[in-house]
Design a protein around this ligand. Sequence first.
Ligand code: AGP
Length: 615
Amino acid sequence: MCGIVGYIGFRNATPLIVDGLQRLEYRGYDSAGVAVLNDGRIDIRRDVGKLANLRGRIEADPIEGCIGIGHTRWATHGVPAERNAHPHISMDGDFVLVHNGIVENYLELREELAAEGVTFQSETDTEVIVQLIERFAKNGARGNLTEATRRAVQYLRGAHAIVVMSRLTPDELVAVRIGNAGGVAIGLGERENFVASDIPAILEHTRRMVFLDSGQIARVTTDSLDVQMLDGRAAAAAVHDVSWDPVSAAKGEYKHFMQKEIFEQARSLTDTIRGRVDFDHSQVHLPELNLTVEQARALSRVVTVACGTSYYSGLVGKFYIEQLARLNVEVDYGSEYRYRDPIIDAQTAILAITQSGETVDTLAALEEAREKGARLWSIVNAIGSQAMRLADGYISMNAGPEVGVASTKAFTASIVDQFLLALYLGQLRGTLKPEQLRQAIQDIARLPDLVGRTLETAEQIKELAGRLYHYRDFLFLGRGINYPIALEGALKLKEISYIHAEGYPAGEMKHGPIALIDEDMPVVTIALKDALYEKMISQIEQAKARGGRVIAVATAGDTYIGSKADDVLYVPETPPLLSPVVAVIPLQLLAYTIAVWRGADVDQPRNLAKSVTVE
Ligand code: AGP
């Protein structure tokens, strides 16, 4: 995700902003920039790559001023390039801003502004905001930055965090928060004030902070703060005394990074989807895959290689690629694939799924496949990682840095990436009817909201975990596209709570596992209202008949299952192919809350590393 830092006071803003951005590096980015106001002039320095590049630019051509804004950008809309880096300046040079979030209606706004004679310098959605502010400053809000900004943001759809400044009013910053595109924290100093998207960026300067709520706009000067609702009503601005240390501050209001990353998934999935789906024309674009129509049509199969959670994601993706792109998919563990002398030819595509991009067994599988002439793809979260560089084409998860050892948001992002890949391959191979593509794109547009609604069941799950955390064994059962989710649910539980848990295809119960079931082994089942629902109900009855305690992940509105299972965790009705993304959320929350009840070290579980770079 992107980072924002602003400063207004008596010191030179430039180094304070760049140092603040450095403290947000854990969020990941691929370009950065700073703008400062100096004697009626806006000076901007931007660069792609790490902050060191930006620092080099500034050392070579210094800028200074007592008011400034800065930004680290994680490119999803518009490639990583200096022209697309923030801050973005208005056409007449009067206004400059930084922005986190998505202007979902940027296409129409861009056309509208262009028709008014506005010329754009970037491919970003962000730039339409600063051009809108300039439009309103010229029409009725001249000299009033707050009012011009207020009017402009009324036109935006989506979630936003914005900080803007103007050479016309060089004594103020204006900040806005709409929805959940990252926070806006205002740090209160002595004759100076700060604005940041995250606490760590400004914690060394002040611990007195005001956090904007969604729908609030703030005017910040060197010695004042005025917070209002966007509709003009006054807003309370409670001052918090933040006592966190920088590391804990990076967790924000969360107790663990894993908790934060679970709750980020509605937003991180928006980032995964953003810029890749043309909703107006029902098309998917994956330019980083570097794949032509001829190459796509020549493919005969896909072999997915991955480890751990990423392997389970590949099992879900098999359904997508086979059903939507009509390509045979084989899924294998990286650690197994590299030793079985696999059959590979030029019509084989190897898909490596790896959050870290550095997992040694997955990389070895890629190397093996490359030597045998396969086309290499990777789905990675860590930009610049080996798996990304090795591949002929890649798809970024765009989930933002995942700090917790137990993978959550990267898992759901990698599933969505495979859905996008399957649609893209289907487009290129002509295996998808236009209506199928249109429907799939409408379905994926709903996903972040469905995930957000599922996260609202967290309190119920925390209460259930309080009744389950003492058990020593769990069984997780699923069928079809949700069988991999049973595997993932078991892995989440075992790796952070150290409880023995195993996932099984529900239809396999009678072939062994049913011998295990008794009152000391809770059985977690995924029993959504899909084509396999009746089979799952039958499995639940068999488990109950052996004294098992059954927890069911079920579809909202299913009142029948409550008469069968001991506990029911409801998720919103979801298009079947995308149901794994929603069904896994309660299992992530269950594993997390059980581990917390057990006092486990959630973010750094014993014996585990975030990336297994050695065999
Ligand atoms: C998942 O929660 C674990 N941390 C682990 O299984 C992980 O998924 C596996 O090591 C693969 O990591 P990667 O995605 O970075 O390759």
